[in-house]
Write a protein that binds this ligand. Structure first.
Ligand code: SF4
Length: 206
């Protein structure tokens, strides 16, 4: 059966397309810091850790004055905090001010600790022009189950999704697939009977 993904994904986009990312950030500075901290850790934990972090460093300019040791102390409970402390220390030194946080994929991915996935999240949450599609662990599981992409490599899955959907949908598609994975299409026991994508899903229909 030939699938028309742009039409088929409409109910999912209606459900999640505009929903804010679960990281509880208040501005772009907080978003960038929290996206870096959340790699391989849970959004819930980062929302907790961030409270004290932003009390100590309310802006990028404040963070640029911090010592590496102080950053390490504040994020000591975060997974891979050693690398993340270095990245935040260098990033704050490079960017220097909230107003200078980049908006494009090329500039964002030059910053320490920010790869394509993180840049796609920052661009989507900022409402900037999409240059790719968020492929996190959830999207990496959901897209092949649906049959809209194949493989296990994030870059390859992202490329396939970018070929299926027009650029105007990229910001919404990635995060919608991610929310589907977080809430319904769980690693074990996906809740298929409740899923808005079940009629077109390879996994469910096989
Ligand atoms: S129908 Fe099931 S396997 Fe397919 S996307 Fe939905 S929850 Fe995942």
């Amino acid at each position: 059966m030939e699938k028309h993904w742009v039409e088929s994904i409409a109910p999912l986009i209606r459900q999640y397309g505009k929903r804010k990312h679960p990281l509880d950030y208040a501005n772009r500075y907080q978003l960038v810091v929290m996206v870096i901290l959340s790699a391989q850790d849970s959004d819930k934990h980062i929302n907790e850790v961030a409270k004290d972090f932003f009390k100590s460093y309310p802006t990028m300019a404040d963070l640029a004055k911090a010592s590496l040791e102080d950053i390490q102390r504040l994020i000591g409970s975060v997974r891979n905090f050693g690398n993340k402390s270095n990245w935040l220390y260098k990033l704050a030194g490079t960017v220097g001010d909230d107003s200078k946080i980049p908006t494009t994929m090329a500039e964002l991915t030059k910053l320490p600790g920010i790869g394509r996935k993180s840049a796609n999240v920052i661009i989507r949450e900022s409402g900037d022009v999409a240059e790719g599609i968020i492929v996190d662990l959830h999207v990496l599981r959901v897209a092949p189950r649906l049959g809209v992409a194949a493989g296990t490599k994030p870059e390859k899955v992202e490329k396939q999704l970018m070929e299926v959907f027009p650029a105007s949908m990229w910001n919404e598609v990635g995060m919608s697939l991610s929310f589907l994975g977080r809430e319904t299409c769980r690693p074990t026991n996906p809740k298929c009977p409740n899923c808005v994508m079940k009629t077109v899903c390879d996994y469910y229909n096989s």
